[in-house]
Design a protein around this ligand. Structure first.
Ligand code: IYR
Length: 203
């Protein structure tokens, strides 16, 4: 058991967020299995308040890139407070998001605060943020274990995803996962993860 825990930790320690992708395609069926892994997540009252949209179509990817870059331009050139920009400086991010077109797959994750019954009535979902977060975490872990790279991208606001992907009003875009293989010239910033003793207490 301890060996399995250690191996799993070491495998996950090798994950890095990647912002530069090659166009190499992902083998067929892999994304589907990873999504099925994500669907096993625990959720409030087992309501499974999520929807995943897998985008491979270059025309849709282009639309998403154009809309996301418009939001990011507003973010970097005014909307973001200085303190936020300062926190991002070491990552070297800016409003240019070419990976939204080069990466072979984008997965838009939607959270459903309520369901719309056939009668039109609303049924509330519980612990939506927690549930969708857990499911997305499992998805990220599954993709990483397949040897894929990814980026958890959150252009803000993300309302344009409902429009482009034709999602109903009870769904809110939660994040956009960019998935593929790192380009040969991809670089990652020098960052460190906190140590266990910094973030965990044992009694
Ligand atoms: N959404 C912007 C800004 C951004 C915000 C956070 I918090 C990050 O960890 C990284 C980026 C962007 O994608 O550039």
């Amino acid at each position: 058991m301890k060996n399995r825990a250690e191996e799993f930790r070491d495998d996950l320690r090798a994950r890095r967020t990647v912002r530069s992708y090659s166009e190499r395609a992902i083998p067929e069926g892999v994304i589907e299995y990873c999504l099925e892994a994500a669907l096993t997540a625990p959720s409030g009252a087992n309501q499974q308040p999520w929807h995943f949209v897998v985008i491979r179509d270059p025309v849709i990817k282009k639309k998403i890139r154009t809309a996301a870059e418009a939001e990011e331009r507003a973010f970097y050139s005014g909307r973001a407070p200085d303190e936020w920009l300062e926190a991002l400086r070491s990552l070297g991010t800016d409003e240019h998001k070419p990976f939204l077109e080069t990466a072979p797959v984008l997965i838009a994750v939607f959270a459903k605060n309520y369901e719309i019954r056939d009668s039109g009535q609303r049924r509330k979902n519980y612990y939506v943020q927690e549930s969708v977060g857990i499911s997305t975490g499992i998805l990220i872990t599954a993709l990483h274990r397949c040897g894929l790279s990814m980026l958890t991208h959150t252009p803000s606001p993300m309302g344009f995803l409902n429009e482009i992907l034709d999602r109903p009003v009870n769904e809110r875009a939660y994040l956009l996962l960019v998935v593929g293989y790192a380009s040969d010239d991809a670089v990652v910033p020098e960052i460190e993860k906190k140590k266990l003793s910094d973030v965990a207490s044992f009694f």
